[in-house]
Design a protein around this ligand. Structure first.
Ligand SMILES: [Zn+2]
Length: 263
């Protein structure tokens, strides 16, 4: 039995993508465990910010930390609200400067359809794997999060910024050419962003291993149930996929303390 606190899975861009679960005393190399029976049992909570055993409210944080921690400010989900480049504090200016004032990429990725997104340049591969993308291409690279957010807002008129996770998990992928989409997107960004255009139009590709296909999904979470059990048949994005079509999003169960039994 392994005991630990769920944090999002570590991924390695290999063919197929490899996943690791980082528990306090153990690293679980999950690809080797595909085919095994998993039993996940909730034993408590550990807020990712204050470490207290208090019920998780959202994103791995207890309610207090969710509303107070600089790691969960509104600019995290809405980059266009970033203000560190103006020296204006949201919750903790030092932290916000550290994260916001670094190179960011605006990209297109194919999860089921093509979506637009923003990520720190040094985090791009992780970001694409976390959303279960099979392809991704860079559009622009800008020096801070605010500019990336403004560009994303412009592109949201044409491209979705959401992953359809049901389609992503059932491999219901639209037949779209991401290179053509890139041309359209650069046209929309126009002269305002021209100096930031990435000349490299390399398509990054990702392959996720799975034993069997599933045609529908039912989502399980530790908020609703204390025990989740099933035979692991694959991993994609931040989801564990079980034989009976149950899917478990590790990232949205961050901060839950669990015992995992594998046999
Ligand atoms: Zn907390």
């Amino acid at each position: 039995m392994f005991s630990g606190v769920f944090k999002k899975m570590i991924s390695i861009h290999d063919d197929p993508v490899r996943y690791i679960l980082d528990f306090d005393d153990d690293l679980l190399f999950l690809n080797q465990l595909i085919g095994k029976n998993f039993k996940i049992h909730k034993t408590g909570y550990c807020c990712l910010s204050c470490q207290e055993n208090i019920e998780i409210f959202a994103n791995g944080f207890c309610k207090k930390c969710f509303f107070e921690s600089p790691m969960s400010g509104d600019w995290v989900m809405k980059p266009e609200l970033s203000k560190a480049h103006l020296n204006i504090q949201d919750r903790d200016l030092e932290y916000e400067k550290k994260i916001q004032l670094q190179d960011h990429i605006v990209y297109l990725s194919k999860t089921s359809g093509v979506k637009v997104g923003v990520t720190r340049s040094n985090n791009k591969t992780t970001r694409w794997i976390d959303q279960g993308a099979i392809e991704a291409i860079e559009l622009i690279e800008v020096p801070n999060r605010y500019l990336a957010g403004i560009a994303e807002v412009k592109l949201k008129n044409v491209f979705s910024d959401k992953t359809n996770w049901r389609k992503m998990l059932t491999n219901d992928i639209e037949d779209l050419n991401i290179i053509n989409n890139r041309e359209d997107a650069l046209n929309i960004l126009g002269s305002e962003f021209k100096e930031y255009f990435k000349t490299n139009s390399k398509v990054f590709k990702f392959n996720y291993y799975r034993k069997n296909q599933i045609n529908s999904v039912k989502s399980a979470s530790l908020k609703k149930t204390d025990t989740i059990e099933g035979r692991l048949i694959g991993i994609k994005g931040q989801y564990l996929i079980f034989e009976d079509s149950t899917v478990f999003n590790v990232r949205s169960n961050e901060g839950y303390k669990v015992d995992i039994t594998i046999n």
